[in-house]
Ligand binder design. Structure first.
Ligand SMILES: [Zn+2]
Length: 112
């Protein structure tokens, strides 16, 4: 299956006609898009492609992307956080500020 087939099938099944498609980007509005990415998760029903919100693109490629060109864990997180920062400028600084004012019980050791 090629990317274009996956995109058209996905849009038909979800009854979500895209505004436009640019490469891997499937635009649901003029600005908002998801990414049609290769997938090697091998889960039942997976046809080798996945529709992923751009905030999780790096993580998907790290965890289920093709082996060739797979980003490292650090690269994946950096890519997703860069997207977040571009979409919501100042979000990391804001998150740190909120966290400092009201610390959450975020684990510092692995759970389990
Ligand atoms: Zn998959």
């Amino acid at each position: 299956m090629i990317r274009e087939e996956f995109i058209s099938g996905y849009c038909e099944r979800s009854d979500m006609p895209p505004v436009r498609v640019e490469g891997e980007r499937v635009y649901w509005t003029d600005e908002d898009y998801w990414c049609a990415l290769p997938c090697s998760c091998e889960k039942e029903g997976c046809d080798g492609w996945a529709m992923i919100p751009p905030s999780g693109r790096g993580w998907h490629l790290y965890s289920s992307g093709p082996e060739e060109g797979r980003p490292s864990y650090e690269e994946a997180i950096a890519a997703d956080m860069a997207w977040m920062e571009a979409k919501h400028p100042g979000i990391r600084a804001l998150a740190r500020k909120v966290r400092a004012a009201s610390p959450l019980p975020v684990p510092t050791e692995p759970i389990g």
